[in-house]
Design a protein around this ligand. Structure first.
Ligand SMILES: Cc1cc2nc3c(=O)[nH]c(=O)nc-3n(C[C@H](O)[C@H](O)[C@H](O)COP(=O)(O)O)c2cc1C
Length: 173
């Protein structure tokens, strides 16, 4: 699978089969995250791999759009220092985006769907994940074999991505 094909085809998947991921595949996913570049190579991230059904169900309550975690085969909680804290530049979140997209693409190349979940209740996420002081989880990723494999590459609805002419400027705004 070449990179252009993956980028063009990749879609978010929120409905998963009730079967675990192959251990090698889950390992390849977090390894892809580990490989990501980061600001000053600081790698201020930790990844918590979650496969227990009860914990996945509980984590589905951390945000209004996190329901897909409940049925996922696995989730990866993305843990960082608090990006709003003193001396924590916004690059923490940029770094997480790079690591996330690596994991999403590594999964997709193995026929595994994924979707981000935004944490609205960071205190609840912190308790469920037993985070130490000074660490926060603002996003998780769910992973699983899609109930409908065509969902991995389903066609975009019209307007599903803004056209280039609306967002690309040349030389100046
Ligand atoms: C930072 C970020 C947060 C997201 N949070 C959620 C979320 O909480 N729940 C959800 O279902 N999807 C979430 N998504 C997935 C987006 O809805 C999805 O990427 C977008 O709709 C495009 O989907 P598509 O690739 O299938 O067209 C998030 C995506 C990003 C990049």
């Amino acid at each position: 699978m070449d990179v252009d094909t993956a980028i063009a085809g990749l879609r978010a998947v929120r409905a998963f089969e009730d079967r675990p991921l192959a251990a090698d595949d889950l390992g390849a996913i977090v390894e892809a995250g580990r490989r990501a570049g980061s600001s000053k190579n600081q790698q201020r991230w930790a990844f918590i791999v979650i496969t227990e059904r009860e914990r996945l169900r509980a984590l589905a309550s951390v945000g209004p759009f996190a329901g897909h975690l409940a049925g996922a085969a696995a989730a990866v909680a993305l843990v960082t220092p608090d990006p709003r804290g003193p001396g924590q530049p916004l690059s923490v979140l940029w770094d997480l985006g790079l690591a996330s997209q690596n994991m999403i693409l590594a999964a997709w190349a193995r026929g595994i769907g994924s979707c981000p979940a935004t944490v609205y209740d960071a205190d609840l996420a912190g308790r469920l994940l037993r985070l130490p002081p000074g660490r926060t989880c603002e996003f998780l990723l769910s992973f699983g074999y899609p109930t409908d494999p065509s969902a991995l590459t389903r066609r975009l609805r019209p307007g599903g991505r803004r056209p280039l002419h609306e967002l690309v400027h040349r030389e100046e705004w």
